[in-house]
Design a protein. Structure first.
Length: 362
């Protein structure tokens, strides 16, 4: 697969100046070289102009930290999740169109391309029964060509990848390449715990610090301790305050962690009695029977965070509130409030996205 001779160089700075949301340099170089409608792994990279003009975002359904850049072909999108103003303060993951959840996969674009190579190689050793032998051979050839292309261009150790034989190997390779590959960390931790390997607990504890709003490591640690008859409440009490969007729930087999889709309800039931003497309004209301998926409860928590000057926490909760309502009018009102917060506290990379969503939300 060779780089495409594009008629013009994509103007990513047009997007960056408009939104204050800067793409990684290696992503831009990749797009300059390959252009759009390019396939690696399960990702079909979009045309640059569609990314630059922000045509892929779905306002009111996508967390406003997200910018899509590629798709799977079924309505799910690969996206950047920018959590800070620095160029390296981002994750890459997959947005699930059926549930609006976002699964964090890697912490760099090069890490994402490494994942694409793993996906392509996995396709050469695991294939669907619905394909004919001829179709399987064609897919294997195309996948192998893409693996070789990425390994040569980015210096990936393809010989090491060819030793992969299982999902566990897949996630182990992913974490060896990107130590902040959050879903893979959770997969390894969970599976090592099943094997009674205590390193699994350490991996999950490390994952807590990669991004504290991600539910999966708290939930997996809590369930593990619960099953051992140990005190699990510390992790569940933290888990109930995490993002209801970034839970680690996925319906994709390679990312499946057995996280319930409504994981926050399950967690709230486990810690109910522990919240009796809670100090925060949020926890007191949960003890009194409030639903953790009540948008007004999440909105109230966002406002508490603003008073505490925890503005990024507030943005996570504004997204939670939008996730928890089907009303376009309520979503718009939440966006308007979130916009004021982003503007007043200098969250420029979020302010621009909220402006876009307010303009196009239906």
């Amino acid at each position: 697969m060779k780089g495409k001779n594009l008629m013009k160089r994509p103007r990513f700075e047009k997007f960056e100046m408009k939104y204050g949301y800067y793409f990684p340099e290696d992503f831009k170089e990749f797009m300059y070289f390959y252009g759009g409608d390019t396939q690696f792994g399960s990702c079909r990279f979009e045309y640059p102009d569609n990314i630059i003009n922000n045509l892929l975002r779905i306002p009111g359904k996508m967390d406003f930290h997200l910018i899509p850049f590629g798709d799977v072909g079924n309505g799910d999108y690969y996206c950047f999740y920018r959590y800070g103003i620095g160029k390296d303060e981002y994750f890459i993951g997959i947005w699930l169109h059926e549930t609006y959840n976002f699964v964090i996969l890697t912490s760099s674009f090069k890490g994402f391309l490494y994942k694409c190579m793993l996906d392509d190689y996995l396709a050469t050793i695991v294939h669907g029964d619905e394909l004919s032998e001829e179709e399987i051979e064609i897919c294997k050839t195309e996948s192998m060509e893409r693996c070789i292309e990425l390994s040569k261009r980015y210096g990936f150790d393809f010989e090491k990848v060819k030793k992969m034989r299982s999902e566990f190997d897949y996630h182990k390779l992913m974490v060896e390449f990107d130590e902040m590959a959050l879903q893979s960390l959770c997969f390894l931790g969970k599976n090592l715990i099943k094997k009674r390997d205590l390193n699994g607990l350490d991996i999950l504890k490390y994952a807590l610090n990669v991004y504290p709003f991600y539910t999966a490591p708290y939930y997996l640690l809590g369930i593990s301790l619960l099953n051992q008859g140990k005190d699990f409440r510390k992790y569940f009490k933290e888990a109930v305050k995490t993002s209801v969007i970034l839970t680690g729930y996925s319906y994709w087999e390679e990312d499946y962690l057995e996280i319930p889709e409504d994981v926050h309800r399950e967690i709230a039931l486990y810690v109910d009695n522990e919240l009796k003497d809670a100090e925060t309004v949020f926890e007191k209301k949960l003890y009194l029977g409030a639903d953790p998926y009540d948008y007004s409860l999440r909105l109230e928590l966002a406002r508490e965070y603003i008073l505490d000057k925890k503005y990024h926490h507030a943005m996570v909760e504004y997204n939670n509130a939008i996730f928890c309502t089907d009303s376009s009018q309520i979503k718009r009102e939440i966006l308007e409030e979130a916009y004021i917060c982003a503007r007043e506290y200098g969250l420029c990379f979020i302010k621009g996205i909220i402006e876009h969503d307010l303009k196009y939300i239906r």
